[in-house]
Design a protein. Structure first.
Length: 316
């Protein structure tokens, strides 16, 4: 497979590149300021991947990248995104430019047989209970607004331009594991409980909002199944665990994994207060997929990774 990957230097991108078949011809677009990405590829012996520094919000850079690696691709895994919800509230123009204009630049420049676009479960913000792709969505969170707009642009390009010829829009509910940003709650939990052995943890908000915790290896396995099953048109799917677990519940489970009884404090309000969940059986029926890694095992794997990172850093 000839595959173009955007957002390659991020959490999802790095984990995807580690697991995608080495027989695939892969070009990986990454932010020019991410000087560590090529070092990552070298350290992981990912010699079959061609890295290309490219600011997707700059059309001239996207066009230059296409001249270097080609415009026509069998598949595209579009992972590039602003990943900060608070930043989307503070700087909505930046969020829209990053999430939507970057996508349009790529769609204007390249041609794809199958585009896999990673949207977000945040598009359901404001809903409650069980949701699905037929649920009416009217998000007010800027991040969710730009993700939903991007979904519509994928459909528009497929209809009016004929590229992508096929597209799978994945409303992704999140994952955790190695290479995630240190600000994410999972890494904070593991560092606090497993590495620091400190039972104290502060939750933003009241802890009653839902969080969907899938370990990254399962998420990437699902991603590969999507890539290898073009839908014959434009398809939207939900990808998540769908357990309806609260932030407070997740924190308590994490503490117990590492033999601690968490001492919780609460502060402020959560900018993304989720009271909805999906039915994971719908995705399972289409792709024959169920998550295999429990939250407990995932936390243990993430702890082992963080210890390894710390050991390498202390040895330098």
């Amino acid at each position: 497979m000839r595959l173009l990957v955007t957002g390659s230097g991020g959490f999802l991108g790095r984990n995807a590149l580690l697991h995608l078949p080495t027989t695939w011809q892969i070009a990986a677009l990454h932010r020019p300021e991410d000087t560590s990405f090529r070092e990552f590829l070298q350290a992981q012996a990912l010699d079959h991947i061609t890295p290309i520094a490219c600011d997707l919000t700059d059309l001239s850079q996207v066009q230059q990248a296409a001249r270097e690696i080609g415009r026509d691709w069998e598949s595209c895994l579009y992972l590039a995104s602003n990943t900060s919800i608070p930043l989307s509230i503070q700087q909505p123009a930046f969020d829209l430019t990053t999430n939507t204009i970057g996508l349009i630049n790529v769609l204007e420049t390249c041609s794809f047989e199958h585009l896999v676009y990673f949207s977000s479960g945040a598009v359901y913000i404001g809903a409650s209970g069980l949701v699905g792709v037929d649920t009416p969505v009217t998000p007010t969170l800027p991040y969710a607004v730009s993700k939903l707009a991007s979904e519509h642009y994928v459909r528009a390009f497929a209809l009016h331009r004929g590229s992508p010829r096929q597209a799978t829009i994945v409303r992704f509910f999140g994952a955790f594991g190695p290479y995630e940003p240190s600000r994410k709650v999972y890494t904070k939990l593991v560092r606090r409980f497993a590495l620091e052995r400190n039972p104290s943890f502060t939750i933003t908000g009241d802890g009653g909002n839902y969080i969907d915790a899938m370990y990254i290896d399962d998420a990437i396995r699902a991603l590969q199944l999507i890539l290898q099953a073009p839908p014959g048109g434009v398809l939207t799917v939900d990808l998540g665990v769908g357990a309806g677990e609260t932030i407070k519940g997740l924190v308590m489970r994490a503490g117990h994994v590492f033999g601690l009884e968490p001492e919780l404090q609460y502060t402020g309000e959560s900018p993304e207060y989720i009271l909805y969940h999906i039915d994971p059986a719908l995705f399972a029926q289409r792709y024959n997929f169920w998550p295999e890694v429990s939250i407990e095992e995932g936390f243990q794997r993430l702890a082992a990774h963080l210890r390894e990172v710390d050991d390498r850093a202390s040895g330098e």
